[in-house]
Design a protein around this ligand. Structure first.
Ligand SMILES: *[C@@H]1O[C@H](CO)[C@@H](O)[C@H](O)[C@H]1NC(C)=O
Ligand SMILES: *[C@@H]1O[C@H](CO)[C@@H](O)[C@H](O)[C@H]1NC(C)=O
Ligand SMILES: *[C@@H]1O[C@H](CO)[C@@H](O)[C@H](O)[C@H]1NC(C)=O
Ligand SMILES: *[C@@H]1O[C@H](CO)[C@@H](O)[C@H](O)[C@H]1NC(C)=O
Length: 380
């Protein structure tokens, strides 16, 4: 029996496709400009949602934040392949890259898809627009062969931008959404669904390991879970509802005292968000608890006090996921330390927290489409 299990595991791990991710930094001091852009987008976003949302619960997704630090990996599109650096994002469902149709200077800092150089390219006349917390884009849907490592999706629908704002300084070309098909803005079958339906992956799961200290070493894996990236048990959390990587959270506490998420709330597990985002009022409560002082758009603590600050404990499905102060503080260029939490720009009727990279560097995460659940374990 033991032998059989062992053989099964070996065969299983051989089918895992691993894509290395590079951690790239986005200058923090460009943030105030970004905030202005965010405000502009927020004012204009409402109408975009109205025209492009097929369902009412969608409006909360696209307004998201992708600042400070993001993890990017390479994919190719077309025949012969053209390479792009994309953000693998669990909060959105679409793949898009910039195209040579984009004549804006905002596109010039990126690799542009040259449709005229791909023999498998097939355009459509379907247009769409997406708004994110730190940018927006407009484009149309096309089909072509997309490769993620050894995984190939032929005739994959994806977006080509003809206009984009807010991604100029981003060290990435496009975004590859890994959320459920329900929230696709371009109304296409997402790449993970196509790979799953075509039987290209052995198991309908993918997982993220985000390196804590090194710029390299991070990875997104498809088709299985490599246990060498976590320690202890992998705890499974059922989704609130199949169709979104969102779970129920029991509470947020510090030193045993509940500070937010009283009586439960919702948490979005989001590899495309760099920090942790929550409602302003509750965030302020946490900042007060930590004795953080406002300066500019951030809240600062003394760096020498970081070691004495308590962990922030996120309780999900009765399991405690502590976030030590070293994980939720950042030393800025002047050597001062600020709290890496942000106000969620979207106000929702239910209290919603976005667990981004600050959380996911501590906890290896698995996204199981077969069982509609998320797995969390202590990252190595
Ligand atoms: C992605 O492609 C770029 C450009 O070819 C290359 O410099 C980089 O090392 C690649 N990144 C990874 C993680 O393979
Ligand atoms: C495709 O279009 C781009 C931009 O117009 C141009 O630079 C490139 O030379 C074209 N490629 C071919 C093979 O015609
Ligand atoms: C464009 O879309 C319309 C429907 O909206 C369709 O009837 C037409 O055939 C499409 N044209 C092309 C060239 O795909
Ligand atoms: C999303 O899709 C899943 C199936 O993948 C379905 O069970 C669920 O009801 C859908 N959710 C919404 C909100 O449409």
């Amino acid at each position: 029996m033991k032998w059989l299990v062992l053989l099964g595991l070996v065969a299983f791990s051989e089918c895992i496709v691993k894509i290395p991710l590079t951690r790239v930094k986005i200058m923090r001091n460009t943030r105030s400009e970004k905030n202005m852009l965010n405000n502009f987008l927020k004012e204009h976003a409402y109408r975009l949602y109205q025209t492009s949302s097929p369902g009412s619960n969608i409006a909360t997704h696209p307004l998201r934040n992708m600042e400070d630090m993001v993890y990017v990996g390479n994919i190719t599109i077309g025949t012969p392949p053209q390479e792009f650096q994309v953000l693998f994002d669990t909060a959105s469902s679409d793949l898009w890259v910039p195209s040579i149709f984009c004549k804006h200077p905002t596109c010039s800092s990126h690799v542009l898809f040259r449709h005229n150089e791909s023999s498998t390219y097939r355009p459509t006349n379907k247009t769409f627009s997406i708004t994110y917390g730190s940018g927006s884009m407009k484009g149309f849907v096309a089909h072509d062969t997309v490769r993620i490592g050894d995984l190939v999706s032929t005739d994959q629908p994806f977006g080509l931008s003809v206009e984009q704002y807010g991604f100029e300084e981003m060290p990435l070309d496009g975004i590859l959404g890994l959320n459920y098909p329900n929230i696709s803005f371009i109304g296409a079958i997402p790449i993970f669904d196509n790979l799953k339906n075509q039987g290209a992956i052995s198991e309908p799961v993918f997982a993220f390991y985000l390196s804590k200290s090194k710029p390299e070493g991070s990875v997104v894996m498809f088709g299985g879970v490599d246990k060498s990236y976590y320690q202890g048990v992998l705890n499974w959390v059922p989704l609130k509802q199949a169709g979104d990587w969102r779970v129920h959270m029991d509470r947020i506490s510090m030193e045993g005292q509940t500070v937010a998420c009283y009586g439960g709330c919702e948490a979005l597990v989001d590899t495309g968000a760099s920090s942790i985002l929550g409602p302003r009022r509750l965030l302020n409560k946490i900042l007060r608890f930590l004795g953080a002082k406002p300066r500019g758009s951030e809240h600062y603590v003394s760096c020498s006090a970081v070691n004495t600050l308590p962990s922030i404990d996120f309780t999900i499905n009765a399991i405690n996921y502590p976030l030590p102060a070293q994980a939720y503080t950042i030393k800025d260029s002047t050597g001062d330390c600020f709290i890496n939490f942000e106000v969620n720009p979207v106000s929702t009727s239910t209290e919603t927290w976005i667990l981004g990279d600050v959380f996911l560097r501590q906890y290896f995460s698995v996204y199981d489409r077969g069982n509609d659940r998320i797995g969390l374990a202590q990252a190595v």
